[in-house]
Design a protein around this ligand. Structure first.
Ligand code: HEC
Ligand code: HEC
Ligand code: HEC
Ligand code: HEC
Ligand code: HEC
Length: 273
C-alpha cells in the first residue's frame, strides 16, 4: 500500500489521526463501511436512525435525541458505522420491539454490548488490533475493579462513546489526570509523560511530511512501506499503556526517520548546485 505521505497529500487537520492514517486505511477495509450509514446494507432506510431522529424526541426525550445527534456528526457516521454496529438489533424491523429485540439495551444492563465491561470488545469488533493491545494493559486488568478509584478506563472514557474523538497533545493530560493525580496517588507523573509521548508522535508526523516531500517517490515508497508498519504497531503498543516500551519504540522510529532525513539533506546541494 502506498503511504499517504509519499502521495504528497496535504496534511489533514486532525493531526494524530494523520499519524495513524495507515491504520485508518486498514480499518476502512475491515469495517465494511457503507456509503450511507442511514441505510441498511440492502439500501433500505435504517429503522434505528429513522425512528431515533424523530424531532418529537427533542421535546419528549431530549437525552435520547442527544445520542442520535452525537452520532449524526460523528466520524463513525461518516465511515458508514451505524447504531446496530455497536448496539446490535435489527435495522430492518420498523417497530421498536422488533428492532431492539433482546440485544439492544442500556449501558447499565449486564450483558449489554455497551455496558462498561463489554465496551472494549464491542469497539474491538472493528478496532481489533487496538483491542488486542488494550487487553494486555494494566487498565484492562483493572476494568472490573468495583471501587471507583481502582477502576481502569475503557475506550469510551478516553474517546467518548458515539462521536469518538482522538486525544492529542493538548487534551491528553486532562484525561489521564482524572485518575492519575496527587490526590489519588495513582502515578501522578503519568499525565506529563503521556503528553511527552504524544508530542513525539507529532514529531514522527513532521518527519514523515519532510521525507514525503523531499524524497524520490521510488525510494521513499519502500522506506514508508516499512515505516508505516512500525507506526501502526506504535498505535497498538500505545494501547498497552506500557510507557517504557512505547518510549523506546518511539525513539527507534524517530532515529530511523532522522537518519533518512539526514540522507536527503546530504543530497540537497547536489540537486540544486
Ligand atoms: C487511557 C486512554 C485511552 C484508552 C482507554 C483507549 N485509548 Fe485509544 N487512544 C488514546 C490516545 C491518547 C490516542 C492517540 C495516540 C495515538 O495517536 O495513537 C488513541 C488512539 C486511538 C485510535 C487511533 C485514532 C486514529 O485516528 O487512527 C483509535 C482508533 C483508538 N484509540 C481506539 C481505541 C479503542 C477501540 C479502545 C478500547 C479498546 C481505546 N482506544 C482505548 C487513548 C486511549
Ligand atoms: C420505532 C422506534 C424505534 C426504533 C425502530 C428503534 N428504537 Fe431504539 N429506542 C426507541 C425509544 C422510544 C427508546 C427509549 C426507551 C424505550 O422506550 O425503550 C429507545 C431506546 C434505545 C436505546 C437505549 C436503551 C436503554 O435501555 O436505555 C438504544 C441503545 C437504542 N434504542 C438503540 C436502537 C437501535 C440500535 C435500533 C435499531 C436496531 C433502534 N434503537 C431502533 C425507539 C426506537
Ligand atoms: C461507535 C459505536 C456506537 C454507535 C455507532 C452508536 N452508539 Fe449508541 N452508544 C455507544 C456506547 C459505547 C454507549 C454507552 C454510553 C457511554 O457509556 O458513554 C452508547 C449509548 C447509547 C444510548 C444510551 C444508552 C443508555 O445507557 O442509556 C442510546 C440511546 C444510544 N447509544 C443510541 C444510539 C443510536 C440511536 C445510534 C445510531 C443513530 C447509536 N447509538 C450509535 C456506542 C455507539
Ligand atoms: C463497525 C465498525 C466500528 C466499530 C464497532 C467502532 N468503530 Fe471506531 N471507527 C471505525 C472506522 C471505519 C473508523 C474510521 C477510520 C479511523 O479513523 O480509524 C473509526 C474511527 C474511530 C476513531 C478515530 C476518530 C478520528 O477522529 O479519527 C476512534 C477514536 C474510534 N473509532 C473509537 C471507537 C470506539 C471507542 C468504539 C466503541 C464505542 C468504536 N470506535 C467502534 C469503525 C468502527
Ligand atoms: C478511569 C481512571 C483512569 C484513567 C482516565 C486513566 N487511567 Fe491509567 N490507570 C488507572 C488505574 C486504576 C491503573 C492501575 C493502577 C495500579 O496498578 O494500581 C492505571 C495504570 C496505568 C499505568 C500503569 C502504571 C504502572 O506503572 O503500573 C499507566 C502507564 C497508565 N495508567 C497510563 C494512563 C494514561 C497515559 C492515561 C491517559 C491517556 C490514563 N492512564 C488514564 C486508571 C486510569
Amino acid at each position: 500500500m502506498q503511504s499517504a505521505w509519499t502521495g504528497k497529500r496535504a496534511p489533514r487537520s486532525r493531526c494524530p489521526a494523520l499519524l495513524l492514517l495507515p491504520l485508518a486505511i486498514a480499518l476502512l477495509s475491515s469495517a465494511e463501511a457503507r456509503a450511507d450509514a442511514a441505510e441498511t446494507a440492502t439500501g433500505a432506510r435504517n429503522s434505528c436512525v429513522e425512528c431515533h431522529r424523530d424531532p418529537d424526541f427533542l421535546v419528549t426525550a431530549k437525552k435520547l435525541y442527544d445520542y442520535y445527534q452525537e452520532w449524526d456528526v460523528s466520524v463513525h457516521r461518516q465511515e458508514g458505522v451505524s447504531c446496530e454496529d455497536c448496539h446490535g438489533g435489527n435495522p430492518r424491523a420498523r417497530d421498536k420491539k422488533g428492532a431492539h429485540g433482546t440485544e439492544v439495551s442500556g449501558g447499565l444492563t449486564a450483558g449489554s454490548p455497551v455496558s462498561f465491561e463489554n465496551i472494549p470488545s464491542t469497539c474491538g469488533g472493528c478496532h481489533d488490533d487496538i483491542y488486542e493491545g488494550f487487553r494486555k494493559s494494566n487498565h484492562f486488568a483493572h476494568l472490573l475493579k468495583k471501587q471507583q478509584e481502582k477502576q481502569g478506563p475503557n475506550c469510551v472514557t478516553c474517546h467518548g462513546s458515539i462521536n469518538a474523538t482522538v486525544l492529542n497533545v493538548n487534551t491528553v493530560k486532562k484525561t489521564c489526570e482524572r485518575c492519575h493525580n496527587e490526590e489519588t496517588e495513582n502515578h501522578p507523573e503519568i499525565p506529563e509523560k503521556a503528553s511527552d509521548m504524544l508530542n513525539r508522535f507529532l514529531s514522527i508526523q513532521r518527519y514523515y511530511r519532510y521525507i514525503g516531500i523531499r524524497g524520490e517517490p521510488a525510494d521513499t515508497q519502500t522506506f514508508f512501506a516499512v515505516m508505516d508498519e512500525r507506526v501502526r504497531d506504535l498505535s497498538v503498543r500505545w494501547h498497552t499503556f506500557d510507557l517504557p516500551k512505547i518510549d523506546s519504540e518511539t525513539r527507534l522510529v524517530i532515529d530511523q526517520l532522522k537518519a533518512k532525513r539526514a540522507e536527503l539533506r546530504a543530497l540537497e546541494p547536489a540537486k540544486n548546485p
